[in-house]
Design a binder for this molecule. Structure first.
Ligand SMILES: C[S@@+](CC[C@H](N)C(=O)[O-])C[C@H]1O[C@@H](n2cnc3c(N)ncnc32)[C@H](O)[C@@H]1O
Length: 329
């Protein structure tokens, strides 16, 4: 959700007109924009306050050379004495089959045993994508008997272990070195040191139209899996065993405008490229006015876009205009 993947060619064309060598993407999400800038040969820092998204950025943006071979996979999947059964116990009747849950417990123990942080991140990225593919709608909001979603899709038939082996190959193929030292961080946007970036690409969450917009609500299982739920509080009263969502000021009407202003002030030394959709809050003219307080030149690029998320009834609402608001000088 919220991925700019389909807009990457357009974002590339806009970024290609800008003069920058170093870039920060402090709301990296899937990492696709940071990965684009890496592919453009820039020195990139990707950051996100969630752990699972930071691992994806570590695997694909920061990591330039490490891939996983058969010995790594054997090490991850080997039977070990220290395997906990947390996933099997906690998510029985909620997500996946018993065999898949046992696999996640085993793979989690194996992954934690990998010393190399790039190797571990790459394996996590493959594991997350496997879990998403096996969930009928690619989210963790629905649980229990999912038979009515079963349209015979291969993704639903493969075991998580089979998915994992395939996804390792997919992520291995995505690894490349752009000759720069790129980084991945897990941090709140207001905790990232703003110094030293020619360009900052900002794609914060926007105030949701409905509760359905929350990332943690949709992807809580991956966030939990990324640290084996260590230090996270599970809301046991919830059907899908969610974790508490992280506060972000961008998601609430009463705090969003102030958060944008503080963010623009924080990155005022860099060229700012802000992603914005026509269905967002605050309105575009409010954001433009805020940005003009810090930037002499503000240009707005736009493009119509249809999001492939949502039910048939919401398809119309999903048709939006996408903007890139560029502040310079
Ligand atoms: C709209 S998504 C970014 C999508 C990304 N550009 C992509 O194409 O995949 C927003 C991201 O910001 C993260 N986030 C929300 N509030 C944050 C904060 N205060 N600091 C850092 N990251 C935050 C969320 O975890 C989410 O991954």
């Amino acid at each position: 959700m919220g991925s700019k993947r389909r807009l990457i060619p357009w974002i590339h064309d806009v970024l290609a007109t800008l003069d920058f060598e170093t870039a920060l993407d402090p709301f990296s999400g899937t990492g696709c924009v940071a990965y684009l800038m890496k592919a453009m040969g820039r020195r990139v820092t990707a950051s996100d306050f969630l752990s699972f998204t930071s691992l994806i950025a570590q695997a694909t943006v920061a990591n330039g050379t490490r891939t996983l071979d058969t010995a790594d996979i054997d090490a991850i999947l080997s039977l070990r004495a220290d395997v906990d059964d947390f996933v099997a116990r906690t998510f029985a009747g909620v997500f996946f089959t018993a065999e898949d849950r046992a696999f996640l417990d085993r793979a989690s123990a194996g992954l934690r045993g990998l010393d190399d942080q790039d190797a571990r991140a790459l394996a996590y990225a493959a594991l997350f994508r496997s879990c998403l593919k096996k969930q009928p709608r690619g989210v963790f909001t629905v649980s229990g008997d999912l038979a009515h979603y079963d349209d015979g899709r291969r993704d639903l038939r493969l075991s998580l272990e089979e998915h994992f082996r395939e996804q390792v190959a997919v992520f291995n193929a995505a690894v490349f070195d752009n000759g720069r030292i790129n980084r991945a961080l897990q941090a709140d946007v207001f905790a990232v040191d703003p110094v030293g970036f020619d360009l900052v690409y900002l794609d914060p969450p926007y105030v949701p139209r409905s509760d359905d917009n929350c990332y943690v609500k949709r992807y809580h299982f991956l966030e939990g899996l990324s640290c084996y739920w260590q230090g996270l509080e599970i809301l046991h009263g919830t059907k899908v065993k969610k974790i508490a969502k992280r506060f972000t000021p961008f998601s609430y009407r009463r705090t969003a405008v102030d958060a944008f202003e503080r963010m623009f002030a924080r990155f005022s030394k860099s060229t700012i490229v802000l992603s914005y959709s026509s269905n967002g809050y605050p309105d575009l003219d409010v954001l433009e006015e805020l940005l003009r307080r810090y930037k002499r030149r503000v240009d707005i690029f736009e493009r119509s876009h249809r999001y492939h998320f949502g039910t048939h009834a919401s398809v119309e609402r999903a048709r939006v205009t996408e903007y890139l608001v560029v502040g310079r000088e």
